[in-house]
Design a protein around this ligand. Structure first.
Ligand code: G1P
Length: 353
């Protein structure tokens, strides 16, 4: 069995970050999001992965390479335009070569359960298998209506309530799904929808098996989802200090400080993660914060935030619930506010206020 892993799209809900970076490379607990997908796939028997890319192909290649770091063989499949997930399917058709395959949306994170999902498919051999989770806000997702354990109807982001069972971004398909994808017209949002390709299977008498998600699952479409995914992963990390922390600093709880990071006269309350090359000085890092490579934070306080690489934060108090891009310079002006919530794209310099 092979896998298709999606890593294209424009990530419009995450602008401005996605003006300059593919959203799949945003670090979650200091690891690019797409790497979680590669690790999950590597945890199954699958060895061949086709990563479906768009015009940010080079960035993805630079991070993933040939996949050997995860024991995988990776090929890159160029999608001519982000025309939806059923279009992604068609892009990957030759790659999967008529065999059953896994489709994994690279902006979805699943804590566990992928091996079981694949085993169940191999045991039951349905024509397709989907993974569902009950959600409070079904209009954000594709949803599924079940009757007596059978999938009867699917709808993509329904405005009126249809079901609260969301379709997570992990699918197992066989050849007929391509007939479904090929039969579609663009939806209201101009995309070839995967939900409609699955509906085709239901309508044409193919077996579509649904499994429920047990652990956590996150679709990282919005900033709050990224921060939540960051919290989920940080929650599971253990205290691990490889970096250089001075005696005047306090690390409380599950804190990771990677080799090559320096912490001086600071308090870091876990769960929190500081990557290599960072310097944290006279600062307070509160829980659920991850600071990615080569970032310097001095005289500042931040919590529940993701800070990306090569940034500099100076004398800014109470940064909360924020996503701060790469190569950002934040510093305090004369009358800075007492707390700020920021979504800052790459390469910005901001003096607050
Ligand atoms: C896509 C699918 C949707 C699914 C979701 C899961 O939505 O179209 O059916 O529930 O992924 O992440 P999109 O990310 O395009 O909004």
């Amino acid at each position: 069995m092979r896998a298709l892993l999606t890593a294209g799209g424009h990530g419009t809900r995450l602008r401005p970050i996605t003006h300059t970076r593919n959203k799949h490379l945003i670090p979650i607990a200091n690891k690019p999001m797409l790497v979680y997908g590669l690790e999950a796939i590597a945890g199954t028997d699958i060895e061949d992965v086709g990563i479906v890319v768009g015009d940010t192909e080079e960035e993805i290649r630079a991070t993933v390479g040939d996949g050997s770091a995860w024991g995988l063989r990776v090929e890159y499949l160029r999608q001519e335009a982000p025309l939806g997930l059923a279009h992604v399917l068609m892009t990957g058709r030759d790659f999967v070569g008529g065999e059953p395959f896994l489709m994994y949306l690279g902006d979805n994170m699943l804590r566990d359960g992928l091996p079981e999902f694949v085993h169940a498919f191999e045991e039951h051999r349905p024509d397709a298998q989907i993974l569902l989770a009950k959600v409070p806000d079904p209009s954000r997702y594709g949803v599924v209506v079940m009757e007596g354990g059978r999938v009867v109807h699917l709808a993509e982001k329904p405005v009126a309530f249809v079901s609260d069972l969301a379709l997570a971004g992990f699918y197992l398909f066989t050849e007929p799904v391509f007939d479904g994808a090929a039969s579609l017209r663009p939806s209201g949002r101009g995309e070839f929808e995967i939900t409609e390709a699955i509906q085709y299977l239901v309508d044409h008498g193919y077996s579509v098996r649904a499994e429920r998600i047990m652990g956590w699952w996150k679709d990282t479409g919005r900033v709050e989802d990224l921060l939540e995914a960051n919290r989920f992963v940080l929650d599971e990390q253990e205290h691990d200090v490889q970096g250089d922390v001075d005696a005047a600093s306090h690390l409380v709880g599950e804190v990771r400080v990677d080799r090559g990071a320096v912490v001086r006269e600071s308090v870091i309350r876990g769960p929190a993660a500081i990557a290599a090359g960072c310097r944290i000085e006279r600062s307070v890092i509160d829980p659920y914060t991850s600071v990615y490579l080569n970032t310097t934070i001095t005289g500042s306080e931040l919590g529940n935030s993701i800070v990306m690489d090569d940034s500099r934060i100076e004398d800014v108090m109470r940064i909360r619930d924020s996503l701060i891009g790469r190569n950002v310079h934040l510093r305090r002006g004369d009358a800075a506010p007492s707390a700020v919530q920021l979504m800052v794209g790459d390469n910005c310099a901001i003096t607050l206020p």
